[in-house]
Design a protein around this ligand. Structure first.
Ligand code: HEC
Length: 108
């Protein structure tokens, strides 16, 4: 029974019409994302404000401005990063916040 309820919810989630995601309706919190990034990502990435980081990893501003990379793909990356970048075992909320922060660095 539990199982079929889960399937039902899954189907509903897939079938429900979704509005096209716009940059300003991302679920995450930009401020929280910035704090996470300053704490966990600056060992490698240059983030806004802090000039730590290395050039082994792309800056977040660069990532944000890449035309071929959507927020959805960034999310997939953070859920399952590939080697070189460590898997930081981020929670959904942390990922949403980090994506909101990175997207906020986009130059309009
Ligand atoms: C140990 C170094 C290291 C740390 C720590 C790290 N990264 Fe990375 N990250 C990398 C490297 C290197 C790449 C480039 C990988 C590639 O292109 O193959 C990368 C790529 C990325 C990308 C782009 C992936 C793509 O190609 O689309 C995102 C987004 C990203 N990192 C986010 C983060 C976030 C958010 C954090 C902190 C929670 C973080 N990274 C912490 C090294 C790191």
């Amino acid at each position: 029974m539990r199982h079929s309820l889960a399937l039902c919810l899954l189907a509903a989630a897939i079938l429900a019409p979704r509005p096209a995601p716009a940059a300003d309706v991302l679920p995450g919190d930009v401020g929280a994302g910035r704090e996470l990034a300053d704490r966990w990502c600056t060992a490698c990435h240059v983030t806004e404000g802090l000039s730590k980081g290395t050039d082994a990893a792309p800056t977040f501003r660069f990532i944000a401005n890449r035309k071929d990379r959507t927020a959805g793909e960034m999310e997939a990356w953070l859920v399952d990063p590939h080697p070189v970048m460590p898997d930081l075992k981020l929670s959904r909320t942390q990922i949403d916040d980090l994506i909101a922060y990175i997207e906020s660095l986009k130059d309009e």
